[in-house]
Design a protein around this ligand. Sequence first.
Ligand SMILES: Nc1ncnc2c1ncn2[C@@H]1O[C@H](COP(=O)(O)OP(=O)(O)OP(=O)(O)O)[C@@H](O)[C@H]1O
Ligand SMILES: [Mg+2]
Length: 123
Amino acid sequence: MALRRTLALAPEPASARLGRRAATSLMAEVGARPDLVDAVVLVVSELVTNAVRHAPGSVELLLEADATTASVGVRDTSAARPQLVDAYDGGGRGMLVVTALAVRWHVEEVPGGKVVWAHLRAA
Ligand SMILES: Nc1ncnc2c1ncn2[C@@H]1O[C@H](COP(=O)(O)OP(=O)(O)OP(=O)(O)O)[C@@H](O)[C@H]1O
Ligand SMILES: [Mg+2]
């Protein structure tokens, strides 16, 4: 059965750790496979860090998971979209990690900003 969790986060670096902790706990509740847990925690870390670094306001983490699939959504207050940067140049690693780990990611426009969604599946 899929479980959902929503977590309001402050626009500060410590929010990435709170997001990772929430993801770890939800994935344990659904009995997710270890490879999926690792991937979800990494994606949460990168997307929350991006929301804190690249958008001005508060952040919301949206999680939905069952044992073999997970969706991670991170809402922020900027309309600008994540960019896939071709060559690593002191940055641009985060979305490459998300692209490698997720089946797909996309941006949902919402009032006052956006949600960056990543959908993952156990290998
Ligand atoms: N939530 C976001 N809101 C606005 N722009 C974003 C957001 N996330 C990413 N971006 C843009 O996309 C670029 C690429 O993001 P990415 O996470 O790959 O690299 P980075 O955050 O710059 O560096 P790092 O390698 O530490 O993650 C960012 O530099 C930024 O311009
Ligand atoms: Mg980043």
